[in-house]
Design a protein around this ligand. Structure first.
Ligand SMILES: C[S@@+](CC[C@H](N)C(=O)[O-])C[C@H]1O[C@@H](n2cnc3c(N)ncnc32)[C@H](O)[C@@H]1O
Length: 285
């Protein structure tokens, strides 16, 4: 069937807007290109010949979007730093703000010749995989409590070509013997732990609360539970002279600096995200 793209996009947009979903032409073109298996860069602007099955697939994607499912979770991937990462409802969608941590951790590793990296809470693997992809001589370990998330991280590590340099492990950092999982120390530890306070989760957009896993969001009654625990375990896993890079939630900087300083790490620096909010904090041992 021959479709006129402009009118399909306009009809779909008004259908979504009347269901309370914000959208734009780029997002809709992305979905149409995925439904038809066409590269968005070469997709025609005016008319296009598509099969009934492809049209039905596009309509199904729109019905998912109407349920507030985010576009990346409909498409099954999200661009982060330099690569596309597979995503599903089992992992947090990688956020552009997290690229600040990645960029600065790579610089620190290059300047200090850090080669052994640990990530606590890998999710899709976007942080440690991006770092290992830049540091060709480095290796790493990644931990997550969610076996489903680890499967996605493994797939991303294979697709991005770092699977031979990363070991993924299912473990809970609240376990008393968590540190026994490792038989070495690390030069660099990175973590973006869950940091939303439990009561705030229900106030988040449905795109987040309905489609990012609770395990990735819930930081306990004050949002700081995982930082307190990571402050107990990370100093013992870090080499002297090594660094810890943490992502934090808005307004958590002073508390997080206090929590980690009490465990003997030295606060180094913080970095703001794209909106000017303090988002990444670094410590040295
Ligand atoms: C905010 S997400 C970050 C995911 C990914 N690193 C990113 O930045 O997109 C936090 C991750 O920590 C994991 N996690 C939460 N609690 C954990 C625990 N007690 N032990 C190990 N991993 C945990 C979650 O499953 C989730 O994948």
């Amino acid at each position: 069937m021959l479709i006129t793209i402009k009118s399909i996009l306009a009809e779909t947009k008004s259908e979504l807007v009347s269901s309370g979903i914000e959208t734009d032409d780029f997002e809709l073109r992305l979905l149409l290109s995925a439904a038809t298996g066409t590269d968005i860069k070469t997709m025609p602007r005016n008319q296009m010949d598509i099969s009934r099955e492809q049209f039905a697939k596009f309509k199904f994607m729109i019905s998912e979007r109407k349920q507030h499912k985010p576009v990346d979770k409909i498409l099954g991937y999200r661009g982060f730093y330099k690569y596309d990462f597979s995503v599903s409802t089992d992992v947090l969608t990688p956020r552009p703000d997290t690229e600040i941590l990645v960029e600065n951790a790579i610089k620190a590793a290059q300047n200090n010749n850090y080669n052994h990296i640990l990530e606590l809470g890998v999710g899709s693997g976007c942080i440690i995989i991006s770092i290992l992809a830049e540091l060709k001589h480095a290796d790493g370990e990644g931990v997550d409590i969610s076996p489903q998330a680890l499967q996605i991280a493994q797939r991303n590590a294979e697709n991005i070509g770092v699977s031979s340099r990363i070991k993924l492990r299912c473990a809970d950092w609240f376990d008393n013997d968590f540190n026994n999982n490792f038989n070495r120390k690390f030069d660099l530890i990175v973590s973006n732990p869950p940091y939303i306070n439990t009561n705030e989760i229900k106030t988040l957009a449905r795109e987040v609360s309905g489609y990012d896993p609770m395990l990735a969001l819930d930081g306990g009654s004050d949002g700081l539970a995982s930082y307190r625990r990571i402050a107990e375990i990370a100093p013992l896993l870090l080499e002297t002279g090594g660094m810890l890079f943490l992502e934090i939630g808005e307004g958590q900087g002073a508390d997080v600096i206090d929590i980690f300083s009490r465990q003997g790490l030295y606060y180094e620096q913080s970095f703001n995200d794209l909106s000017g909010i303090q988002r990444c904090i670094t410590f040295k041992k």
